[in-house]
Design a protein around this ligand. Sequence first.
Ligand code: GUN
Length: 295
Amino acid sequence: MDYKLLDGKAVSAQMKKEMAEEVACVKAEGGKVPHLAAILVGHDGGSETYVANKVRTCEEIGFKSTLIRFESDVTEEELLREVDKLNNDPDVDGFIVQLPLPKHISEQKVIEAIDYRKDVDGFHPINVGRMSIGLPCFISATPAGILELLKRYHIETRGKHCVVLGRSNIVGKPMATLMMQKAYPGDCTVTVCHSRSQNLKEMCLQADIIIVALGVPEFLKGDMVKEGAVVVDVGTTRVPDATRKSGFRLCGDVKFDEVAPKCAYISPVPGGVGPMTIISLMRNTLLAGKKAIYE
Ligand code: GUN
């Protein structure tokens, strides 16, 4: 099959342009520019990169951004105080606490401390609950980015069998919920497979759409995919690579060379879901700034 790429890099660049134009208009009219704050705890390489990208993208679009750093020995109490401060700062439209957090801090407690109206990550139980019953809410960035990618490529989803590999709170679960929603993209028959599934390969072979979010490099092989399938790769594992300046390269969850020839559409790594995730956080920030969802 002659596959087409789901080019997240190109789509996100287009969305960035659209948002930058909108912000420029707001600015020209003397309105308030959206303001995103990010809390980063410690110095995890992945988290450092993600947060730096988020701050840079804010600048490129014309948003205001604030980065708040703590060392990894910060107490839960101190972190919760900062969350409270941001909740009550009228200039901050939305904020995120980059995950993972050090073990001595309860991620759930921190997430629940965030005012759901500023929860542009869409991790607060109120946003998760509202999403699951189809009410306006902040949808977490990776699933939202994947929906936007499917939409911009006019991928048919109605009545299709979508297999989601992975059941994380950040990707797998919300992705499955959204793909079964009565909407476009959506209206799928959804199967969720995970590390304990016994018939994962059989399920994948029946799938029209496969969304892989396991964090296992090159997990999805050519013999697990039906001819003409749409495959979305959420994997971003860093694997050592001495030929790179950084010392690593990003590896997806899909064995691309085997799988791509069987696909109608496939998202690459890098340049697929990754840039869509960042741009979706920006979209949520824009919505927060406009009070388009709450208030
Ligand atoms: N860690 C991995 N993905 C994410 C994300 O989307 N948001 C936050 N806050 N942390 C993450």
